[in-house]
Ligand binder design. Structure first.
Ligand SMILES: [Fe+2]
Length: 216
């Protein structure tokens, strides 16, 4: 990680010759153009190709002891691209995706995805009847996962004892989502934040300032 992020540096330009920036441009062509072009299969294929042969993400990923890291790579009003760094033993909360689409490409290590469904509302009491766990699936390096709220809630974690790195594409960007208590199923709306923006630390920066800086 480099120096703390200055607000005026929140919205960089693409670097010529950086294949990660080439990916953001290709994603923009798909997701910011005609809706008919933005097929999920085409997006997944771009991510699969990137994950198969590129290491240009390495300068931008960080790892933290307290939580998995969220590192912003690119953001428009149509999509957001983040690198997540997972230390061994970390996992995301069970969460939804605020009605947006999410693709996840595994760049290093292996990640496990666990699906959940919200339980039926109980007729009395606190109205909560927990979550139902669905399938568990492992994604090796190079694998690409896709999820939307109509499919399931999920949690993500690296394979036991290992670090991992993943690339997450949200379309549209997600500024808040619901996280769920694994025991009761109770949902809580949470705002999401970033730990770095293109390699610069920003943990103390209001995410709203960062988002504003990326508006063209
Ligand atoms: Fe997710």
């Amino acid at each position: 990680m480099t120096s703390d992020l200055a607000p005026e540096l929140c919205r960089p330009e693409r670097n010529a010759g950086c294949s990660l920036d080439d990916l953001t441009k290709a994603l923009g062509d798909l997701l910011e153009g005609e809706p008919s072009k933005a097929s999920g299969a085409a997006v997944a294929e771009l991510l699969r190709q990137y994950a198969a042969c590129e290491g240009s993400w390495r300068p931008y990923v960080t790892f933290r002891e307290d939580t998995y890291s969220r590192n912003l790579i690119w953001r428009t009003d149509k999509f957001e691209l983040l690198l997540l760094g997972w230390e061994a033993g970390q996992e995301s909360p069970i969460h939804d995706h605020a009605g947006q689409q999410c693709w996840m490409a595994v760049l290093e290590g292996e990640l496990e995805e666990v699906h959940f469904k919200e339980g039926d509302l109980a007729p009395a009491g606190d109205g909560i009847s927990g979550l139902r766990q669905g399938r568990v699936k492992a994604f090796p390096t190079g694998g690409v996962a896709y999820i939307h709220d109509d499919i399931a809630l999920h949690l993500i974690r690296p394979r036991a004892g290992q670090r991992a790195v993943s690339l997450h594409l949200y379309s549209s960007p997600i500024d808040s989502c619901r996280k769920f208590c694994p025991d009761t199923g109770k949902a809580e709306e949470v705002n999401v934040a970033y730990h770095t923006v293109r390699g610069s630390g920003c943990s103390g920066t209001d995410p709203e300032l960062i988002r504003d800086a990326w508006i063209r």
